[in-house]
Design a protein around this ligand. Sequence first.
Ligand code: ADP
Ligand code: MG
Length: 265
Amino acid sequence: MKQNCFVDVRDVYKDFGSDGPAGGAIRVIDGVSMTIDEGEFIVYLGPSGCGKTTLMRIVGGLETASAGEVSLAGEIVTGPDRRKGMVFQAYTSFPWLTVLENIRFGTRYRDDIGKKEKDDIARHYLELVGLKDYGDFYVNRISGGMRQRVAIARTLAAAPEILLMDEPFGALDAQTRDFLQEQLLRICRLERKAAIFVTHDVEEAVFLADRVIMFSARPATIVEEIHVTNELGKERTEETKESEVFFHLRNHVRDLMRKQSGLKG
Ligand SMILES: Nc1ncnc2c1ncn2[C@@H]1O[C@H](COP(=O)(O)OP(=O)(O)O)[C@@H](O)[C@H]1O
Ligand SMILES: [Mg+2]
């Protein structure tokens, strides 16, 4: 086992319904071990219902493992806190707050800084996600793509050590999605944040990932780890998706995905 890794998922199992009568439990995670390095962008990819969200929630402390454990920066995860920043598919902003107020809300549990610094941080992330001109807008007056940028900015304002994102672009149109993928990578590199990004979209997975963790159908086990950065490098641009290396990686991962989804023998 690797020493000193940033996130360490050790032999995690998850059964749902195991406190009911014997035989009632469903196994969702079936012995998963993986590590994440500092600043590494991990994508969890697998068929719908395989257990991706569940595993991400265990890493985030929102769900407890039936066996095994997760540690973050050397400490066992026992519950959620602002060190684990989560972004979900559903828009989670407050409609009665402005864009800037929503982002500032992310700083509410930070006792390391004062009021002025919280204002500055909110402005910093407002600009970083490209919403400088929308600070005073109420969130119900901006597009879905902008709302997800607000969610990302608010999460970053909490100064998490890792970003956990569950299909955050799943509800967006393809063009907005492409744009936000690039923005997200730029921001994660700038902030040197480790991330877990859950998706069932092969192209999105390969484009974003330093490493794709490919899961089996439920119960989730790791089928393969695809070291994308070794082949594509860390820089990703619009052209990346048209390169030959990308094409080969995507086909390989698509094949794995089809097998796991039972679409191929
Ligand atoms: N709280 C829960 N109670 C019972 N079953 C659950 C619960 N959460 C998820 N499941 C089941 O666990 C399986 C994996 O779910 P999930 O982790 O959401 O999959 P994915 O994110 O890969 O689509 C599904 O069959 C789902 O119905
Ligand atoms: Mg899910």
